[in-house]
Design a protein around this ligand. Structure first.
Ligand SMILES: Cc1ncc(COP(=O)(O)O)c(C=O)c1O
Ligand SMILES: Nc1ccccc1C(=O)C[C@H](N)C(=O)O
Length: 426
C-alpha cells in the first residue's frame, strides 16, 4: 500500500490536534522566520524574560538583601532550579543542581569520580562526542599523569554518524574506570540506549556519566531508574535559558556525600557557609558540586522557562517532537529524492533525539541559501545540515514549509550562489 501524499493540509490537520499549540504564543517568535536551531540556542519566552526582570528588580530594590529577601532569593536559587529540573530527569530534587557549564561541570564530576586505581585507569568515550567533552577528558587524564593516547579509549563509529551500543559494550574491559557518553549525538541526533549501556557498564564495575546537552528538554529521562552515576547538561538549547545560561549536574543519591573534587564555598552546607570556616563542611546534596557564587543574571531566565515545561509536560513535548521529526523525514523521502541528501539520523523513534541531520556535499552553501529564505538551520562541518523543530514553538505547517523551501533551493540551484564554506560559527 502506498503512503498518502503529505501536503500542507496534512500538516494543518496535525496543528489542529496539537495539545501544545498554545505554548507558541509564550515565546518571542517571528512570523517571517522559520527557526530550526533550538538545539543550539532556544528562543526567549515571555516567562523567562519575566523571571530575569524580576531578579533585576530584586537587585534594584534589595541590593545585597536580594540574596535572602528578594522575590526569588538568590541564595537558594540553584537548589530551586534543581528541584524544578528533577522531573525532567527522573531524579530526586537533592540529586540535581544548576551551576556552571557542561564543561566546567564535567571537570568537577571527573575530579570527584574519576579515581584510577591499580589496573583500572582508563576512560571510555566515543569518537563522535562534542569536542569540549573530549578536551575535558584528556586534560583530566593529564592531571592524573596519564597519557590520553593510552588511557582514553574512543569507541569507533562504523559510518561516521552513529554508534552501536554493542560496540560500546565490547570495549567495557576491566581496565576501564569510567565511561562518558552523550545521550543524543550532536551531529546525527542518535539517541543512545542509556539504560542498556549503564547496566552493562555497572556489570563491569565501571562508573557511568552522560552528557544530556541534546536531550534535556526534548525527551524524558529516568536517570534514577537507569542507575546513571552522574550527568551534566546545558540549558540554553531546549530549555531556552538564553546564551550562556547556567548549566546543570546530577549525582545519583548513592554518591551523594562524596567530597567534591573541586571545592569552593558554595559547596558548603547552606547553613554553614557563612561560618567562614577553613575546613569545608560540604553539602550532602548535589549542591556540594557547586564552587563559587552563582551567576544569577544568566540563571534567572531558567526559572520562568522551567514553569513552561511543568505546564506542558515533557511527555507531550517528546510526542510532538517525534511527530515533527518524523514528518521531516517523510518529507525528505517524498520531496528531496535524487537531490543528493543522505539522512544520518536514525529512523526509529526510540533512537532519535530532537533534531534531524542531512548530509550533503554542498551543505554549507545550502544552509546559507536557507538563511536567505529566513530558515534558520545549522551547519556542522564538513557536510551536515541540522534541523530542530522545537515542540513548544514550532508548528507542523512550519515544518512542511521549511522542507518545501529546501526543495526549491535545490531544484532551482540557488544554493550555487554561495560559497560552500562555513562562517565563523556555523
Ligand atoms: C554535547 C555537548 N557538550 C558540550 C557542549 C558545550 O558545553 P558548554 O556549555 O560548556 O559550552 C555542547 C554545546 O555547546 C554540546 O552539544
Ligand atoms: N554553546 C554554543 C555557543 C555558540 C554557538 C553554538 C553553541 C552550541 O551550543 C553548539 C551546540 N552545542 C552544538 O551541538 O553544535
Amino acid at each position: 500500500m502506498t503512503k498518502p501524499k503529505i501536503t500542507l493540509e496534512t500538516a494543518a490537520k496535525l496543528d489542529q490536534k496539537d495539545v501544545l499549540h498554545n505554548f507558541k504564543k509564550e515565546f518571542y517568535t517571528d512570523d517571517n522566520r522559520f527557526y530550526m536551531d533550538g538545539n543550539s540556542l532556544g528562543l526567549l519566552s515571555k516567562r523567562a524574560e519575566q523571571s530575569l526582570l524580576s531578579s533585576l528588580e530584586d537587585w534594584k530594590t534589595h541590593a545585597i538583601g536580594g540574596w535572602t529577601d528578594g522575590k526569588e532569593p538568590w541564595f537558594y536559587m540553584s537548589e530551586k532550579f534543581g528541584a524544578k529540573t528533577a522531573p525532567l530527569l527522573g531524579a530526586k530534587p537533592e540529586e540535581v543542581i544548576s551551576t556552571g557549564s557542561i564543561t566546567s561541570n564535567l571537570h568537577q564530576l571527573l575530579s570527584t569520580f574519576y579515581r584510577p586505581e591499580g589496573q583500572r585507569t582508563k576512560i571510555l568515550a566515543d569518537e563522535l562526542n562534542f569536542p569540549s567533552d573530549i578536551y575535558a577528558l584528556k586534560s583530566q587524564l593529564e592531571l592524573h599523569g596519564m597519557d590520553p593516547d593510552e588511557h582514553l579509549i574512543q569507541v569507533k563509529s562504523d559510518n561516521g554518524a552513529t554508534l552501536s551500543e554493542e560496540d560500546i559494550i565490547k570495549e567495557m574491559r576491566s581496565d576501564i574506570a569510567l565511561l562518558l557518553l552523550p545521550s543524543v549525538l550532536y551531529r546525527s541526533g542518535q539517541l543512545l540506549d542509556i539504560e542498556k549501556i549503564t547496566k552493562a557498564a555497572h556489570e563491569q564495575g565501571i562508573m557511568v556519566g552522560f552528557d544530556l546537552a541534546h536531550s534535556i528538554g526534548a525527551l524524558p529521562h529516568n536517570l534514577d531508574d537507569w542507575g546513571v552515576d552522574f550527568a551534566v547538561w546545558c540549558t540554553y538549547k531546549y530549555l531556552n535559558s538564553g546564551p550562556g545560561g547556567v548549566g546543570g549536574l546530577y549525582v545519583n543519591e548513592k554518591h551523594l556525600g562524596s567530597k567534591p573534587g573541586l571545592a569552593g564555598w558554595f559547596s558548603s552546607k547552606k547553613d554553614k557557609q557563612f561560618d567562614m570556616a577553613h575546613d569545608l563542611n560540604h553539602a550532602e546534596t548535589a549542591g556540594a558540586y557547586q564552587m563559587g557564587t552563582p551567576h544569577i543574571l544568566s540563571s534567572a531566565p531558567l526559572l520562568g522557562s522551567l514553569d513552561l515545561f511543568q505546564e506542558a509536560d515533557i511527555k507531550n513535548v517528546r510526542c510532538k517532537s517525534l511527530q515533527m521529526t518524523r514528518l521531516m523525514l517523510d518529507l525528505v523521502y517524498q520531496e528531496l529524492d535524487g537531490l543528493g541528501f543522505q539522512i544520518i539520523t536514525p529512523l526509529e523513534d526510540e533512537r532519535r533525539g530532537g533534531h534531524i541531520s542531512l548530509v550533503h556535499s554542498e551543505a554549507a552553501s545550502i544552509c546559507k541559501a536557507l538563511k536567505k529564505e529566513n530558515v534558520v538551520p545549522d551547519f556542522r562541518a564538513p557536510d551536515v545540515i541540522r534541523l530542530a523543530p522545537v515542540a513548544l514553538y514550532t508548528t507542523y505547517k512550519e515544518v512542511y514549509e521549511v522542507m518545501m523551501i529546501l526543495k526549491e533551493i535545490m531544484v532551482n540551484e540557488t544554493y550555487k550562489k554561495y560559497k560552500n564554506e562555513r562562517d565563523i560559527i556555523a
